[in-house]
Design a protein around this ligand. Structure first.
Ligand code: ATP
Ligand code: MG
Ligand code: ZN
Length: 371
């Protein structure tokens, strides 16, 4: 057996400060520990793989640590920390409500809750996907949640906060976990690549981060998949091939062509894209994104909305200088119309081609209007 451990497990943060992109939550929790003002019931809400379980475990470890550091982190050396790190601590209890959602499951949890900790001060009960509990189970749980024994802390986690009944919400301190920013994800990936002696192009990590759509766990599994595929060197070309993503260079070239009002060139580029197996609709969506990026980098105030690597950012800024905002807005209108019509169209390729022809004539059209 090989000793390969997936990155999501190997790099699960062990301290509050190493949790990526949830600073306000970790700071609030640290302050609460410091001031001995910790709530007994929390609701951690947020999408998949953004650090809810991770933070819950860190909280459990930190409040039980016998020798917390000045910055309110667990010492990682004391008896309690060691039992946490080896996975043998009895002070953290995780229940997956997706598969254990009956009244009996909750009853046996409630029975457990009465028993105090043998080591340390608190027992932490993490109930994952709590919205899946049956309503009977919820009711059985309410009383315990309202008057828990002093040593018990409940952390309810959910990806679907709107499914939690108000009586539960009102008894919990609620933390909304953010989706993680593309730049934070790609920095984190760069850190891991360095630890693992993997050479990685920053463009390549950015594409992975974008694909993960805010979920760090997803980013790490995509990263693992790419490493398996391409070994110790991750390149932009390798990543887009593996993830079947269209090279952004095509969009730059197509927009150059439309600026030159060169219809044949833009149609030939589209042909290349389709020959590579990309469908017309994802091309329309990608091209709209590209125009949107051009628009946001025209103004310093919105340039932070551009989520690309530094190298690509330069290219966007350069291209945006050559095209004015009115043209971009008009182009977005053309593309959104094409998007709306795409599904019903009998000849989808022609529809995309016509959109490109329209894009090529925007400049003229606007100039005529001015005259
Ligand atoms: N904010 C984060 N900072 C650092 N690593 C993270 C973060 N969020 C997720 N991860 C990585 O993803 C893995 C899974 O995270 P975690 O179990 O905390 O997600 P979750 O929010 O509980 O997701 P789910 O809703 O699917 O239970 C972690 O082991 C860690 O490697
Ligand atoms: Mg979880
Ligand atoms: Zn400790």
């Amino acid at each position: 057996m090989s000793d390969f451990v997936v990155s999501a497990r190997k790099y699960r943060p062990q301290t509050f400060d190493t949790v990526v992109g949830q600073k306000s939550i970790t700071t609030t929790l640290k302050n609460a520990i410091k001031n001995d003002h910790l709530a007994q019931a929390f609701l951690f809400a947020g999408s998949r793989g953004v650090g809810k379980t991770t933070t819950a475990r860190i909280l459990a470890k930190t409040i039980n640590c016998f020798d917390r550091t000045e910055s309110i982190e667990a010492c990682d050396k004391c008896e309690s920390c060691e039992s946490f790190n080896s996975g043998s601590s009895l002070n953290v209890f995780e229940l997956d409500a997706a598969s254990n959602n009956s009244v009996e499951d909750i009853r046996s949890l409630i029975d457990q809750v009465r028993v105090g900790p043998q080591l340390g001060t608190h027992k932490v009960y993490i109930i994952d996907e709590v919205h899946m509990l049956s309503s009977n189970a919820f009711n059985a749980f309410l009383k315990t949640l309202e008057e828990p024994p002093k040593h018990a802390i409940f952390i309810l986690a959910t990806t679907e906060k709107h499914k939690i009944i108000p009586t539960i919400l009102s008894r919990c301190q609620i933390f909304n976990f953010n989706r993680i920013k593309v730049s934070d994800i790609s920095n984190h990936l760069a850190y891991i690549a360095k630890e693992e002696n993997v050479e990685a192009e920053s463009n390549a990590l950015h594409v992975i981060a974008q694909k993960a759509d805010g979920a760090l766990r997803d980013a790490l599994s995509i990263y693992d998949q790419i490493v398996t595929f391409s070994g110790n060197s991750i390149t932009y070309a390798g990543v887009i091939e593996n993830l079947n993503i269209l090279d952004y260079d095509y969009y730059f070239r197509i927009i150059d062509a439309t600026q030159q009002e060169d219809i044949p060139k833009s149609l030939l580029l589209l042909n290349d894209v389709m020959t590579k197996g990309f469908d017309g609709h994802s091309f329309l969506v990608g091209l709209s994104d590209h125009y949107r990026n051009l628009l946001v980098c025209k103004d310093a105030r919105t340039s932070s909305l551009l989520e690309v690597s530094d190298e690509v950012e330069k290219k966007f800024i350069e291209q945006s200088k050559a095209i004015d905002a009115n043209q971009i807005i008009r182009a977005l209108g053309v593309l959104s119309q094409a998007d709306v019509n795409y599904k019903q169209s009998k000849n989808q390729r022609l529809l995309v081609e016509m959109a490109l022809m329209q894009l090529c004539s925007i400049k003229q059209e606007l100039e005529k209007k001015k005259a």
